[in-house]
Every structure is written in structure tokens, then in C-alpha cells.
Design a protein around this ligand. Structure first.
Ligand SMILES: Cc1ncc(COP(=O)(O)O)c(C=O)c1O
Length: 445
């Protein structure tokens, strides 16, 4: 986690090179009181100790992945000029870097032309996509699966469009028969397909969803905030692979570099297949857009000020770790999936646990076997606490009976849902840590 001395040396070298670009200016460095700086920084270090160890492989709770050192260094480097990617006036180089980085993500899904930009994260990115969808089909409903991120229902409310929740199958994927019944009503303007649900990493059957949506003249938005980069993974099941391959036929896509793209928080990305939707963003800004006639990213984004440093960090990471199938970055994702499969096997072998279903990506969810659903939930909570005392940080997630019953871990359903244990094994090094994780988990029950 720490910047080691080699990294700091490289950083100094890069910063000196950057500073030399402004050599002609008179010196204007602000002076800093180092004693007070130290006091404040140490106070922050003390406060930040009150955290779960998100950076460590024994943390498998939420979707948290430490940024790659190249991202941290590049972000810090960009801080020296602190560009604002609203307009070329405030972030000339970083805007160009954002356009290049976003184009690379678009190419990853098979788009040579697109409209897109970075934004604060998956929530804002999905909002923009649903807003564009509403502009294209005002008053029409948004349909997303019952396992889709809550943001879709919430934004539909904000946008004053109806929201329809579509049932899922036992693996947490959108049930296409249920979708068909909804589309037959004739009032759906947009279907949201989730490629990698937040709770279980389930991948909706995009080819079938696209076929139905096209038949009923609905738009398809893909929320791949968490799963999008798995388009590069070479070890997916055929149906999952087909869903990622079909992304190219969607109308809009959200992929979060701050989830699987090794970036610090504050880096989401929204993409549109048809660049002409940029017309909905059109607005006047009398105080910016004056240094160039080229596209200013603020002209195609709902946010005004945005961190140019995010774009610099992403661009630099992708230069070191290009988005290539078979490349080092893709290998990192493949290792997470291998870790998930290995964890799933170990849970089955133990006998006291029952995975809901084999992981499609790198999230594993499992029930603690018990006579009743309430007992299984209570045992999951106990194991969660006991594991944390052993420095193994898991997550809890509640699933409906329809998804949990098929694994056969509960004999009597005295509740309509059950609390499960959940692990996001999304760090590449998790593969080596699975035996230790399993050992601590098994000792926690
Ligand atoms: C599928 C999906 N969509 C949207 C979001 C929201 O993204 P963010 O937390 O970056 O706003 C998440 C977050 O986990 C997610 O998993």
C-alpha cells in the first residue's frame, strides 16, 4: 500500500519533468509551515486507522479494490496542476487524456465511434444514461431486474418516469419471460440489463434482452458499473461471455474504472453508441469554452467541475496496463474469477456452507446450513462477527427464498428471505489467499 522508495523516486523524477514545462515563469511556490503540516497529517493518519483493512486480501467484504500504484502516482502528479475537466480552458491536457481513455473503454466493448465521458461514479453515470433515455422517450417506463442496483428505481423517481421491477431466476439473472410479459404492456422505454449485479455478480442474459427490447422498440442500457471490464476475461462461462459480447449492441453502457479499473474513487464512465445524443446536453456557458473550438467535455456532461486528475490516473494506468484480452490487466480479472471458483469449491467441501450458485464473476454468496431460514440467517451473522475477530472481513447480503431455496441449505422456510455470507474476491492476489481465507472462515463457525 505504501509508496515505496522506488515509487517516490519515480514520482520526483516525473514531477521535476512536469515542473520543467513551466520553467519560464517566475518562482511562486507557496511556503508551508512543516510543523503544522506534520501535526495535521499525523492527526489524519490517526483518524484513518479507524477503518476496515480494505487494501488487504483478508478484506473480502464490499467491492473495494486498492488503486494500482501507477494510478495513485499519476493522480498525485496531476494534483500539481489540479486541472478541471469541465472545459479545455481548465484542463487542456487532461481533457485530451480523458477522451483517449474513454475511447479505449469504448473500444473494449467494440465501439469505434461513441459519445462518453468520465464522471463521479456508477450512480451519476447511470443517471445520465437514464436521463438521455427519458429525453428520447418521455413518460415511458424503465424496467430493471429485482437484483439491479437500487439507483435505477431511485433515478426513475427523480426523473419522474415509472419504474418496473422484473423478476429474476434462481441465479439472480433477469427472467426473460417476465421481461416479455412487461414489454407486452407497451409502456417500457428502456430496459436496464445488469452485467454483474452488486449482490451476487450475476450477469443478465443480454442477447435475449436485446432481442426482446428491439421487438418492442425499447432502448437497452447496460449497467456494467461493476462487471464491465470482465469483457476482457478469457475464463467466463459461455452464457456470460455471450452477454459481454452483446454489449456492443446496447444503446448505452456504464463501466466504473473505480471498481475494477484500479482507480481511486470518483471515476465512473458513461458511454453512448449514438454520438448524436450529445444534443441533449447542449447548453450555454458564458464563462468557459473560450480557448478552443474543440469539444469541451463539459458540453457533453451534466456535472460542471470534474477532476482532471481522475482522467490522468486512468490514462496512465491504461498506458501501463492496456485493455487487452490476454494482457496483464485481463489476467488480474481472470485471477479474481479463479479465486471465486476455488472458494466456491472449498465451501461445498466443508459441508456446513452452501453456495447459492457458482459465481459468474468474482463474487461468491453462500448460506450457512440450518434447519430454518431464521437460524441460517442468525448463523451467518454469527460467522460474520467471528470471522471479523479473526481479521477476515466478509459481507452479509439478504436474498429472497426463490434464489436461496434451490441450494437446499435450509429445511423449513419460516421467512421469505435469508441472510447469506458474501465475499468479493476482486484483488488479483486473492487467488493465493483463498486457503487462508477458507481456514479463517471455517474456524469462525
Ligand atoms: C451494478 C452497479 N451499478 C451501480 C452502482 C453504483 O456505483 P457507484 O457506487 O460508483 O455510484 C454499483 C455500485 O456498487 C453497482 O454495483
Amino acid at each position: 500500500m505504501s509508496f515505496d522508495s522506488d515509487e517516490l523516486r519515480l514520482f520526483d523524477e516525473a514531477l521535476a519533468h512536469l515542473r520543467a514545462g513551466f520553467d519560464g515563469l517566475p518562482p511562486a511556490d507557496a511556503s508551508v509551515d512543516y510543523a503544522r503540516l506534520r501535526e495535521a497529517l499525523m492527526a489524519a493518519a490517526e483518524r484513518m486507522r479507524d477503518n476496515f483493512p480494505y487494501h488487504h486480501p483478508l478484506y473480502v467484504g464490499q467491492m473495494l479494490k486498492p488503486p494500482h500504484p501507477v494510478a495513485r502516482l499519476a493522480y498525485q502528479l496531476a494534483m500539481h496542476v489540479n486541472p478541471n475537466n469541465h472545459a479545455l480552458d481548465g484542463g487542456r491536457a487532461s481533457s485530451a487524456m480523458e477522451k483517449e481513455a474513454v475511447a479505449d473503454i469504448a473500444r473494449m466493448v467494440g465501439w469505434e465511434t461513441h459519445l462518453g465521458h468520465l464522471c463521479g461514479g456508477g450512480t451519476v453515470a447511470n443517471f445520465e444514461a437514464l436521463w438521455v433515455a427519458r429525453e428520447l422517450a418521455p413518460r415511458k417506463a424503465v424496467a430493471a431486474s429485482a437484483q439491479a442496483h437500487y439507483t435505477h428505481a431511485r433515478w426513475s423517481g427523480v426523473l419522474s418516469v415509472p419504474f418496473v421491477s422484473i423478476d429474476v431466476d434462481a441465479h439472480g439473472r433477469m427472467d426473460v419471460n417476465a421481461l416479455l410479459r412487461t414489454l407486452e404492456r407497451g409502456d417500457v422505454g428502456t430496459v436496464v440489463a445488469t452485467l454483474g449485479t452488486t449482490a451476487a455478480g450475476a450477469v443478465d442474459p443480454l442477447p435475449e434482452i436485446l432481442a426482446l427490447a428491439r421487438e418492442y422498440h425499447a432502448r437497452v442500457h447496460v449497467d456494467a458499473a461493476y462487471g464491465g471490464y470482465f469483457a476482457l476475461a478469457g475464463n467466463l462461462e459461455p452464457a456470460t461471455r455471450a452477454a459481454f459480447d452483446a454489449m456492443r449492441d446496447a444503446d448505452s453502457i456504464v463501466i466504473d474504472p473505480h471498481k475494477h479499473g484500479l482507480q481511486p474513487y470518483g471515476c465512473g464512465c458513461v458511454l453512448y453508441r449514438d454520438p448524436s445524443v450529445g444534443r441533449f446536453y447542449r447548453h450555454d456557458s458564458p464563462y468557459t469554452y473560450f480557448t478552443s473550438n474543440e469539444l469541451h467535455l463539459g458540453e457533453i456532461s451534466l456535472e460542471c467541475s470534474r477532476p482532471g486528475a481522475s482522467a490522468v490516473a486512468l490514462w496512465t494506468t491504461m498506458r501501463m496496463l492496456p485493455l487487452e484480452r490476454g494482457g496483464e490487466f485481463a489476467r488480474g480479472l481472470e485471477r479474481g474469477r479463479e479465486a471465486a471458483l476455488e472458494l466456491c469449491v472449498a465451501l461445498r467441501d466443508d459441508g456446513r456452507f452452501a453456495p447459492l450458485f457458482p459465481p459468474e464473476l468474482d463474487i461468491v454468496v453462500w448460506v450457512v446450513r440450518a434447519q430454518t431460514a431464521s437460524q441460517a440467517s442468525a448463523r451467518a451473522r454469527e460467522a460474520f462477527d467471528a470471522a471479523a475477530r479473526r481479521d477476515l472481513h466478509l459481507a452479509l447480503a439478504t436474498f429472497p427464498r426463490t434464489m436461496a431455496e434451490p441450494c437446499g441449505a435450509v429445511q423449513e422456510w419460516d421467512s421469505s428471505e435469508v441472510v447469506c455470507l458474501r465475499a468479493c474476491v476482486m484483488k488479483p492476489e486473492h487467488r493465493e489467499w483463498i486457503p487462508e481465507i477458507v481456514k479463517r472462515l471455517c474456524a469462525s463457525l
